[in-house]
Design a protein around this ligand. Structure first.
Ligand SMILES: *Cc1c(COP(=O)(O)O)cnc(C)c1O
Length: 440
């Protein structure tokens, strides 16, 4: 054992090895210390022979220098998977992003007048055309949009919300908490499953600043339920000269995505300000959109908080590109919409996997759009199921592949759903599965 300790090279000697010469010195030094320390521990744990040290140091240095955030292949079938970065951007959005990212841009320059301005024009104009709003602004995400709207319109007063809509959208976004941090007093009305217009009416008083509806994005209340329509609530709000704010979160920009509310219809029904996600609802970059009556939108825009929550030029470029893809009318140009509305057949993937050493079958399954969008809407889908090796082992090997492939484990099988594969990814999945199947 002491013999192995003596065989361990010295740090300052081993980092001079020519096989490490092309790597940055500091990173090599750190990696060498870690590798040697790990080997010392392995020796005291009973290691019988020393491996070659330089390749270990090289591998550790390279992995330290590699970016953490990288492309992965989504074979889960969950279209807006929060852990996988939600929406893949439309090609038009990527093109605009690249152009703006790699040079200067007219971010805040009006090219006609030569004066400052115009930052949000490329978002406002398409949204006016698409959803019929008077005005719109965009901020960092929908949580920020809700926070900005409440801070601007409801601070130091009361906001009336149904008890059935005090939702949590993932750990840190809870309607009651966000109200508290925006400085507005939550006036809960009705009950979990049934709230009527009269409940809102009874709560309106001199302190009331707005009525608010929150879309139950990630759950459904079913059975003995009642919830007023937007039009009924808008009528009540306007009778008291109050705004009706709707946090849609996801919803739908175009008709045909399950029973999701369509933004233009919510506005037409009388909502004064709607808030929604750029990725969940549009299949674009992470962003939060506030759209509706000009006076309300502009009050939010003038709040000093807006400056802290506003979009970076890169996201702005991607958002404009996404909105232009909608304007072009070509829904297939938006990957998330294409995946949600069509999906892709399982046969080609299954066919290419036969003979890989695993049992391959095609099974019916239910996919989900994910990201808090379309909760009740299980998407009927067909998946490729792989059996013959422990599915957790296969899943781990696929994640370790380059590029990593993320799949689902269920029914004692590894499930691959081609719905969320992008063009050109099928072949990469086949290669990853073949490698995983033959790895031992
Ligand atoms: C998702 C969601 C949010 C938060 O949106 P982010 O874009 O994730 O910040 C807020 N409200 C509702 C109803 C949602 O569904």
């Amino acid at each position: 054992m002491s013999e192995l300790y003596r065989q361990l090279p010295k740090v300052d000697r081993v980092v001079e090895d020519p096989r490490l010469a092309d790597l940055p010195r500091g990173a090599v030094l750190d990696a060498a210390r870690e590798v040697l320390e790990a080997l010392r521990q392995a020796i005291s744990g009973g290691l019988s022979a020393l491996p070659e040290v330089v390749p270990l140091i090289r591998a550790r240095t390279e992995s330290r220098l590699a970016p953490r955030l990288r492309r992965v292949i989504n074979a889960t079938g969950v279209v807006l998977h929060t852990n996988l970065g939600r929406a893949p951007l439309p090609p038009a959005a990527v093109a605009q992003l690249m152009e703006v990212a790699s040079g200067y841009s007219n971010a805040e320059l009006d090219l006609e007048t030569g004066k400052r301005g115009g930052r949000l024009d490329g978002v406002r104009e398409p949204l006016r055309a698409l959803i019929g709003c008077e005005d719109a602004i965009a901020v960092n995400n929908n949580a920020a949009a809700v926070f900005l709207a409440l801070s601007t319109l409801c601070r130091a007063g009361e906001t009336v919300v149904s008890r059935g809509e005090l939702v949590e959208i993932g750990g840190s976004f809870r309607v009651p908490d966000i109200m508290a941090s925006a400085g507005t007093v939550l006036r809960e009305v009705g009950s979990t499953n049934r709230t009527r217009v009269g409940d809102y009416a009874a709560a309106i008083g001199s302190e009331t600043r707005a009525l608010m509806r929150v879309h139950p994005s990630n759950f459904r209340i079913i059975g003995f339920t009642e919830r007023p329509e937007t039009a009924e609530l808008a009528e009540l709000a306007h009778r008291f000269e109050l705004p009706l704010i709707e946090d849609l979160g996801s919803g739908a920009l175009v008709e045909g995505l399950g029973d999701e509310p369509v933004v233009s219809q919510i506005l037409a029904a009388g909502a004064d300000l709607v808030l929604f996600s750029g990725d969940k609802l549009l299949g674009g970059p992470q962003a939060g959109i506030l759209a509706g009556r000009r006076e309300l939108v502009q009050r939010c825009r003038r709040n000093p908080l807006y400056r802290a929550l506003r979009l970076d030029k890169l996201v702005l470029a991607a958002l404009e590109g996404t909105l232009r893809a909608y304007l072009s009318g070509d829904r297939a140009a938006i990957p998330a919409v294409r995946m949600l509305t069509s999906g892709s057949p399982a046969e080609p993937l299954a066919g290419q996997l036969r003979g890989c050493g695993l049992r391959v079958s095609i099974e019916d399954d239910v996919g989900f759009s994910g990201g808090g969008a379309l909760p009740g809407q299980g998407l009927p889908t067909r998946v490729v199921a792989l059996r013959g090796k422990p599915p957790q082992v296969l899943a781990a090997r696929l994640r370790a592949h380059d590029p990593p492939v993320v799949a689902r484990v269920a029914r004692d099988a590894l499930l691959l759903d081609p719905r969320t594969l992008l063009p050109g990814e099928l072949e990469l999945v086949v290669a990853a599965v073949r490698a995983a199947a033959s790895a031992d």
